[in-house]
Write a protein that binds this ligand. Structure first.
Ligand code: PRT
Ligand code: ZN
Length: 299
């Protein structure tokens, strides 16, 4: 039973999402003390605890009320929601916030010899996958009748084993498909890690804790690509330099004590400031330029 005044987040124990999820929570100021069995982590700075589990268990834990929130791939959430709906059950959890890491796509791929000019070419084809529901929905929307071969793993070797003509698997770099001489044909679903919560909104103290958590995570995400740019320039070239600041930067211009001809600019830039932008500003007279990452921002 969950404590009424604490929140419990389920996250992946070990896998692609575990480090980035822990990193995000830590940057948002949440510090955990790990228990001896390493599955339960007590929140020391906030009334929010962490439970480390297999990613596939996360939607179910929320659906059953054993956890309040989860950090998991949208692919897992949607696959399980579609399965629940097809079996007449309730959606176990809902997406609250996209987290920007763990990006991948569920894609159909096949050996180069298979002719493909569109989904219609998959008619009657056997497609091996661990994501039967997402594939079924995509095929239905395309009006194609293919045979879904549900596997527990290693779908990429199905065509060479002769158990399927095509596969439908998660792809990030594409290296695994290439290593198995498979060509990517179509994207079925786009995914990234997401924060999920119960379909029924939380109430009372826990709703407040959720608001704090979401606000902090959103703040970390919003500054992730932000840079602080500092530079100096001759006062007479201020307009020229200012015009070269990255779009939608918010800048303040300051005079430099003891130097009437110089100004200093400090700008918050929404994305990275690259070498070519710096070089352009240097040609316009800027110097002593400094680009720094932004850790936290509170307006
Ligand atoms: O043990 P547990 O069940 O918790 O972990 P898991 O093995 O089921 O999951 P894990 O850690 O592999 O992936 C967790 C989540 O990461 C997935 O649900 C996705 O949301 C996300 N993710 C992002 C990926 C990938 N990228 C990815 N490339 N999940 C899996 N892959 C696999 C893919 O299945 C294929 O085998 O990596 C291979 C392809 O990678 P590339 O780079 O060669 O294209
Ligand atoms: Zn898994």
């Amino acid at each position: 039973m969950i404590h009424r005044n604490r929140l419990r987040i389920a996250a992946q124990k070990s896998g692609r999402l575990s480090d980035p999820a822990r990193d995000l929570l830590s940057r948002a100021g949440f510090v955990f003390r790990q228990s001896r069995d390493r599955l339960f982590c007590f929140g020391e700075t906030f009334a929010i605890d962490l439970l480390l589990v297999r990613d596939d268990d996360i939607p179910g834990l929320i659906g059953q009320g054993a956890c309040d929130l989860g950090i998991v791939g949208r692919n897992v959430v949607m696959e399980q929601s579609l399965a629940a709906r097809r079996n007449g059950g309730d959606t176990p959890c809902v997406e609250l916030l996209a987290l920007g890491f763990g990006r991948c796509r569920l894609a159909v791929a096949a050996p180069e010899r298979m002719p493909y000019s569109g989904p219609a070419d998959l008619e009657g084809v056997r497609i091996a996958t661990t994501y039967p529901e997402l594939l079924r929905r995509w095929l239905q929307e395309a009006g194609v009748d293919a045979r879904i071969m549900e596997l527990a793993g290693s779908v990429e070797i199905a065509p060479s084993l002769g158990t399927a003509e095509a596969v439908c698997d998660l792809v990030s770099s594409g290296a695994t498909l290439a290593a198995n001489q498979l060509l990517e044909l179509a994207t079925v679903f786009e995914s990234e890690a997401v924060l999920v919560g119960p379909a029924e909104p939380l109430m009372g103290v826990r709703a407040g804790l959720l608001d704090d958590l979401v606000r902090r995570i959103a703040a970390v995400l919003s500054v992730r690509d932000t840079r602080l740019l500092m530079l100096r320039a001759p006062r007479v070239r201020l307009d020229e330099v200012r015009a070269l600041l990255p779009a939608s930067s918010s800048a303040i211009v300051m005079s430099v004590e003891g130097s009437a001809d110089e100004i200093a600019i400090q700008a918050i830039c929404p994305g990275d400031v690259g070498w070519s932008e710096l070089e352009g500003m240097k040609r316009a007279g800027a110097h002593s330029m400094l680009v720094m990452p932004v850790e936290r921002m509170l307006a």
